[in-house]
Design a protein around this ligand. Structure first.
Ligand code: LLP
Length: 388
């Protein structure tokens, strides 16, 4: 199919909708697998919060990855999508009792526990069910990440994880409990991280903690370093595959694993961001004194990242090759923050043009809402489009 025919096909679908390019997703999965398969003790759990659409879940499951969940709903969706329970990890600072029950009933691989009271509740519920729940303790490593403040999680001022100073006490508590089995440590420092130095800093912190554990004769089977690898939002077409080689090489080089230890990862964005685009049509053009607005039919209900984090997604006009002009691309929602970007260059825009907002596969559709009583967006894969 030529590019022009493909664009014609894309224009036929009612907008706004998410379009998932399965070829890019597969190339991304192959790139991750190529790195992970160099080590027989590395395991990837896809962070399903990034995107829970069956279109992306199927190839991810086929790639053999597990799942990182943060809610009972995510556990349900993962099981329904065919992910084996023994590959599911479950994190989150506020797990409700029913969610813990669901994890225990399904014998998930591991709970990433974020506080002492949570540990106690898991132990009690497991006891009631006559079971033993595997747990890792999520330790807050107090390592900063060069990313947006709202998506930094590894600083002691963040709500996540157990303070390093309490690590030994909590391990001792866990070891004394009959219905939890202490398996290891979990970390996650933030998201959209492009500086490998941040991950190196995490490795150094884990090495320090492991030295302290050795001194106390405590052995740990699992180290889970979370996710966080960022993607190129500026040049998604030139650079569709994230720096997986560098990322896994950091851990291979800097993290001193002990004999027999497993290293687990929870990548979300890096796996799905670049395969997804939000497709939207131009409803109206509006010229104010200093601005030209392209008013499109998608809003922050479909993609909230620009409004919430000031994130920039590359935007292209698929149906024009007119001269470049400067526009603000805005949505229909009754809030000024419903702006996808300001002062960007697009090929001359007119009503009816099809606009693609790129790198929207992660935290796009999964964060969509029905504000203003809008309908949730539909989605299509490249295979759906090709089939017509
Ligand atoms: N593990 C844990 C414990 C997490 O909290 C997260 C993301 C991940 C793994 C996956 O991180 P990733 O590989 O995707 O960076 N909505 C925000 C991102 C929030 C990330 C939350 N936690 C955004 O649109 O940028």
């Amino acid at each position: 199919m030529t590019q022009t025919t493909q664009i014609t096909q894309l224009t036929k679908k009612p907008t706004p909708y998410y379009y998932y390019n399965k070829e890019i997703l597969q190339q991304t999965l192959d790139a991750v697998k190529a790195e992970v398969s160099k080590h027989d003790n590395y395991f990837v759990h896809y962070a399903i919060k990034a995107n829970a659409n069956p279109i992306v879940l199927e190839p991810i499951r086929e790639a053999g990855f597990g799942i990182d969940c943060v809610s009972g709903g995510e556990i349900e969706v993962s099981l329904k999508a065919g992910f084996p329970a023994e590959k599911i990890v479950f994190a989150g600072v506020g797990k409700a009792d029913w969610e813990i029950e669901m994890g225990i009933d399904n014998n998930i691989f591991c709970f990433n526990v974020e506080s002492i009271p949570e540990l106690e509740v898991i132990n009690t519920i497991a006891e009631q069910k006559g079971k033993v729940a595997n747990i890792c303790l999520r330790i807050n490593p107090n390592v900063g990440a060069h990313t947006h403040a709202n998506i930094t999680t590894g600083l002691s001022e963040n709500k996540f994880g157990i303070d390093m100073a309490h690590m030994f006490d909590v391990i001792k508590m866990a070891k004394n409990m009959k219905n939890v089995a202490f398996k290891g440590l979990h970390f996650h420092i933030g998201s959209q991280i492009l500086e490998m130095d941040d991950f190196i800093a995490l490795c150094h912190r884990i090495n320090e903690l492991q030295d302290q554990l050795d001194e106390q004769g405590i052995s740990v089977g699992i180290i889970n370093v979370g996710g966080g690898l960022g993607v190129d939002y500026d040049d998604p077409m030139g650079n569709p595959i994230p720096q997986f080689k560098e990322f896994f090489e950091v851990y291979n080089t800097h993290l001193k694993l002990r004999e027999g230890q497993e290293l687990h990862f929870e990548l979300g964005r890096a796996i799905v961001a670049q395969c997804g685009s939000l497709m939207t049509k131009v409803l109206y053009m509006k010229d104010n004194t200093n601005k030209k607005f392209a008013i499109v039919d998608a809003g922050f209900t479909e993609l909230i990242r620009p409004a919430l984090y000031g994130a920039h997604h590359k935007i292209v006009n698929l149906t024009s090759d007119g001269p470049l002009e400067t526009y603000d691309v805005v949505g229909p929602i009754c809030e000024s923050s419903d702006t996808f970007d300001t002062d960007i260059q697009l090929n001359q825009v007119k009503r009816g043009d099809l606009i693609a907002i790129l790198s929207a596969g992660a935290y796009g559709e999964s964060m969509a809402s029905c504000y203003n009583c809008r309908r949730l967006p539909k989605s299509y894969s490249s295979e759906d489009i090709l089939a017509e």
